[in-house]
Ligand binder design. Structure first.
Ligand code: G6P
Length: 762
């Protein structure tokens, strides 16, 4: 840094000096030019007027008079004297004191006599510097001699030197000032912040600092700081991953981590590439005034799939639903994400209002969603919605095919009930592709499914995939029974597979999960959890002893009203809890464009109001309904501090809230009340499993949870955390990829289009 300062100062001194010298030179030159011009003008005026006086006396030959005239001009300011010359250039009269110094015939005098023109010249006379101006003298239009005006010009030289001296002093002061100011600026804005940043980075490198600690304020270097921050995060993640791997090896465990998944996916993909298609995109852009905001949807699907895409730089095709999505894509409708650390490609597909209405709101969410969930809401099947569903599936399939062009044996992970027809559409064109579709919601039993007028097409579309995944076994069973009843095919019950028209589809459960280690509570101790709970309750403006939490999209399958009724029943049955138990329901508005969802929001609100009105006193309320989207971080505070978490879905494929709650409870406290109708209930046997429709039972479960012995509570929590830790989302993704990579597919180019469907193992 010292060397840098010296170099900087020397460069500054040299630079400023050169620039100042150039300016001074220019200043001196123009000053000199001005003074000379002024002197010449004065000499010319004087010469002209003197000539008028001299010429008559010259004609008379009056030497005495001529000498008198030249003597008269001997003592004026800067005037050294005057000399009169005859036609031959010999002096006739010269001011005393000048006579012996003047050259015999100055050049300008000779020129004045010969050319009849006035002119000046600077010459050195003895030790002085003078200016001689010669003017022709006439008689009857004949040149008869010349007059020379001699000015002392040494003042011009003196003035020039003075200017140089002043410039030098000024430059010196300037150099000193600018150098000192620059040094100070460098010290304040660069050296200081760099030193701080270096300390911060050193702390990170040596493991003494936390990446979450604020980046020091390094001012001008902010863009660099941002990069360093990302770099530090990657470093810290790599370090903790390595540590985790070492611990795992040490414990001879086989836990899955993001890094293990990365290696696994890359090995399994080999030369191939991975594609994902889902309706919901992992990042959407919205406009807030003049700036763009990146929104990550609260979706388990995104959490589950992102690590795979990151691991192998895959391509994710999804609906571009953000109002600024079009502004952020390139000419192929793609962009690199995550925005702060691009690792894979997001290809957006655009839908018109009508397409979205028919395919997403209509067929997917008013038809298939209630069809697959036992929640007593009638599915609506409109022919126009079906047409849109078909058309949009084709639109997404075309986008996927476009992205796959040039890749041999691509892997495709299609997601959910929005794309039942897409696997067949892709398989037709790309029999060499390995296609899996994961159905994130339950599958209805064959009787219920048969009410769908397009059940054959849906099942056939799904069987275009090589692998169909569900969360649990009973969904696989329901699916196979539905296939059995609707289509001509052979069901291989031993291996859970369907054979139809020379194509085999494996049907398997893959219970989805969460990234357990990433949801840990930042090492928060019991002490700080107590502080955090107090702060949270203060922010909520409520006084209570026990805190319960529920986190859901406001959806009729989630059993939110049933939950509220159970809380009401608890307070009726066990009035000791009046003033002591508050339940916070975080409800993210969802699909509100659909009337049933829109109405539900109002109904949930009204139910909370009704119960609150009945019981609330002073600063206590039994229910707080927070009706807005909450960030992951905000939700974590509730998970960490709640005494119990309620998941009372009427029907749910898996429910990741239950698993997120467990992952967040590093303190091994808190109780999970879990509906028996969730996929999660199959794995989490230590939760208090309830029938959400049984209000008495749920009320008792809440009381049981609040009064549970601490040891029992801790043991249950420990066991459930172990289940989720071992069966995390990386294992889910790893298993899915393993299964898919072991499937036999056709060689590239053997598509139905060219009539060749010979399967060969690769
Ligand atoms: C369920 C579905 C997902 C969907 C999510 C949110 O979990 O299985 O596919 O993304 O709900 O619903 P939304 O309609 O907002 O995408």
């Amino acid at each position: 840094m010292r060397l840098l300062s010296v170099r900087l100062i020397i460069s500054l001194i040299v630079g400023i000096t050169l620039v100042s010298l150039a300016f001074s030179y220019y200043e001196v030159r123009s000053e000199k030019r001005g003074l000379t011009r002024d002197l010449e003008r004065r000499a010319e005026v004087l010469a002209e007027s003197l000539a008028g006086n001299i010429e008559p006396h010259l004609a008379k030959g009056s030497q005495k008079e001529l000498q008198r005239i030249v003597e008269r001009f001997g003592n004026r300011q800067h005037l050294d004297g005057v000399a009169i010359y005859n036609q031959k250039g010999a002096p006739i009269a010269v001011t005393t004191g000048l006579a012996h110094r003047l050259p015999d015939q100055p050049v300008v005098v000779a020129q004045a006599v010969s050319k009849g023109q006035g002119g000046g010249q600077f010459v050195h006379l003895d030790h002085s510097y003078v200016h001689i101006y010669a003017w022709p003298l006439h008689q009857q239009d004949q040149i008869v001699g010349a007059l020379a005006i001699v000015h002392d010009a040494s003042y011009i030289k003196a003035q020039t030197i003075q200017i140089w001296r002043e410039s030098f002093l000024r430059d010196l002061v300037l150099v000193l000032l600018i150098s000192s100011i620059t040094l100070l600026i460098v010290r304040w804005s660069i050296v200081g912040p760099i030193a701080k940043a270096a300390q911060w980075m050193k702390a990170l490198r040596t493991g003494k600092g936390s990446v979450t600690a604020a980046v020091p304020d390094i001012d001008l270097l902010r863009p660099l700081a941002r990069e360093v921050e990302t770099f530090a995060r990657s470093l810290s993640a790599a370090r903790s991953a390595a540590e985790k791997e070492a611990q795992l090896r040490d414990a001879a465990e086989s836990n899955w981590t993001a890094e293990r998944l990365s290696v696994h996916v890359r090995n399994r993909l080999a030369e191939s590439r991975l594609f994902v298609v889902s309706n919901r995109e992992p990042y959407s852009h919205t406009r807030r005034g003049r700036s763009l905001e990146v929104v990550v949807p609260p979706s388990g699907l995104v959490t589950a799939l992102e690590p795979i895409l990151r691991a192998c730089d895959g391509t994710w095709v999804a609906h571009g639903s953000g109002d600024a999505d079009q502004e952020t894509v390139d000419k192929h409708d793609s962009l690199r994400v995550p925005p702060e650390d691009p690792r894979y490609t997001l290809r957006r597909v655009w839908l018109s209002k009508q397409e979205e209405e028919g395919y997403y709101f209509g067929f997917a969410n008013e038809g298939l969603w209630p069809l697959c969930h036992v929640a007593h809401v009638r599915p609506l099947f409109r022919a126009s919605d079906w047409e849109h569903y078909l058309h949009v599936n084709q639109k997404f399939a075309d986008a996927v095919l476009e992205e796959m062009a040039g890749t041999e044996h691509p892997f495709l992970l299609a997601q959910d009930y929005h794309f039942a027809l897409l696997p067949r559409m892709i398989k037709k064109k790309r029999p060499d592709a390995r296609i899996a579709i994961f159905w994130h919601i339950p599958w209805a039993n064959p009787e219920k499914f048969s009410i769908c007028p397009w059940q054959r097409q849906l099942v056939d579309g799904l069987l275009g995939a090589d692998l169909v995944g569900f969360h649990i076994h009973s969904d696989c069973n329901n699916f196979l029974q539905t296939v059995d009843r609707t289509l001509e095919s052979r069901i291989d019950w031993d291996h859970f597979a369907v054979e139809r028209e020379d194509h085999r589809t494996i049907v398997k459960p893959f219970p989805i999960s969460v990234a357990f280690d990433e949801i840990q509570g930042d090492g928060v101790g019991k002490e700080s959890i107590y502080t955090e709970k107090t702060a949270l309750l203060r922010e909520l403006g409520v006084n209570t002893l026990f805190l319960g939490v529920g986190v859901d999209r406001v959806d009729y399958t989630k059993g939110i009203q049933e939950r509220f009724r159970a809380i009401e029943r608890l307070l009726e049955k066990y009035p000791d809890y009046l003033g002591k138990f508050t339940f916070v329901q975080i409800g993210a508005p969802s699909r509100t464009h659909i009337k049933r969802y829109h109405d539900l929001l109002g109904e949930v609100e009204a139910e909370a109001d009704r119960i609150n009105w009945r019981f609330q006193t002073g600063k206590w309320r039994p229910i707080i309904f927070l009706n807005r989207q909450h960030s992951h971080k905000e939700i974590q505070r509730f998970y960490r501090t709640a005494d119990l978490c309620m998941v009372t879905s009427l029907h749910d494929g898996m429910n990741l809230v239950a698993k997120e709650f467990l992952a967040a409870r590093e303190d091994e406290q808190g109780v999970l009340v879990l509906s028996q109708f969730t996929g999660a209930a199959r794995e989490l046997r230590d939760a208090l499993i309830v029938n959400p429709y049984d209000v008495e039972q749920v009320a008792d479960a809440i009381r049981f949870a609040l009064e549970m012995e601490p040891d029992d509570r801790q043991n249950r929590m420990q066991r459930m955390r172990k289940v989720v830790k071992e069966n995390n989302v990386y294992r889910w993704a790893g298993n899915l990829i393993t299964e898919l990579s072991e499937i036999r597919v056709e060689k590239p180019g053997h598509s139905e289009a060219n009539g060749n469907r010979v399967a060969s193992a690769i």
